[in-house]
Ligand binder design. Structure first.
Ligand code: SAH
Length: 226
């Protein structure tokens, strides 16, 4: 069975969006991964299919209702679903390459996309949602965060990336940020390619890349070296 992603959202038209193009899109067409959307609106209350209501205790904005979300989640993900149920949320665990690798090794994901002020807190416990953040800033909805998460997962799935090796030396996979890259022309606007890279000495190239990766990590992200 290929990796199975279910998205629970008020904007199903946003999927697959950019993931319908390029490597991810071709992999989707081949069936290397599957994508389904569940429209929260279909599970709304009453004739207007209301999905949100005002925050208890008062304050600005609206909150997605727990009962409506539960119906949408239950339609997408049966009780015995082996796939984790994630909620995109700025309060969540920061997304990391380690988390992406673990998710990519599993059967798939359910992703609940918040909107407005967020979701009724009770749905998080009631449906065992794991909150995941893509960074310390606020988006207007969880859809773009879900696309980011899915893109990072899909590129790790078997058969998706043309050159499988290029994934292994990438930033974060080695615990370091990646070394610089160069390609032709040999000199561009007076700037040459570092001579070691065209020396043909593979040992020297490896050593240089390692040193550069360490230097860049030390300068930009000393926290990664700890
Ligand atoms: N009131 C909330 C923010 C709501 S933003 C707060 O202050 O924490 C609306 C929705 O966008 C959220 O429910 C979530 O699904 C999504 N979202 C916003 N920022 C995000 C982030 N950094 N990571 C993941 N999802 C995010």
């Amino acid at each position: 069975m290929s990796f199975h992603a279910s998205i629970i959202t008020l904007y199903p038209e946003m999927f697959p969006g950019p993931l319908g193009l390029s490597l991810a899109g071709r992999a989707l067409e081949r069936g290397d991964w599957r994508l389904e959307t569940t429209h929260i609106r279909d599970f709304g209350e009453g004739r207007s299919r209301a999905v949100d209501d005002t925050p208890s205790g008062g304050s600005a904005g609206m909150v997605l209702r727990a009962d409506v979300l539960a119906r949408a989640i239950d339609a997408a993900s049966p009780a015995d679903d082996a796939r984790p149920r994630l909620l995109m949320s700025p309060r969540g665990r920061p997304l990391s390459q380690q988390m992406v690798r673990e998710l990519a090794a599993g059967p798939g994901v359910n992703i609940v996309c918040g909107r407005f002020e967020g979701v009724d807190e009770r749905i998080i416990e009631g449906r065992g949602l794991i909150e995941v953040s893509i960074g310390d800033y606020i988006l207007s909805g969880g859809e773009m965060a879900a696309l980011v998460l899915l893109d990072s997962i899909v590129r790790l799935l078997p058969g998706v990336m043309g050159n499988a090796l290029s994934g292994e030396t990438e930033s974060f996979e080695t615990g370091l940020l990646e070394h610089p890259h160069y390609t032709r022309p040999a000199v561009w606007e007076g700037r040459p390619i570092p001579p070691v890279l065209t020396s043909g000495d593979h040992g020297a190239v490896e050593k240089w890349r390692r040193q550069q990766a360490e230097r860049i990590t030390r300068e930009r992200r000393p926290d990664l070296l700890k």
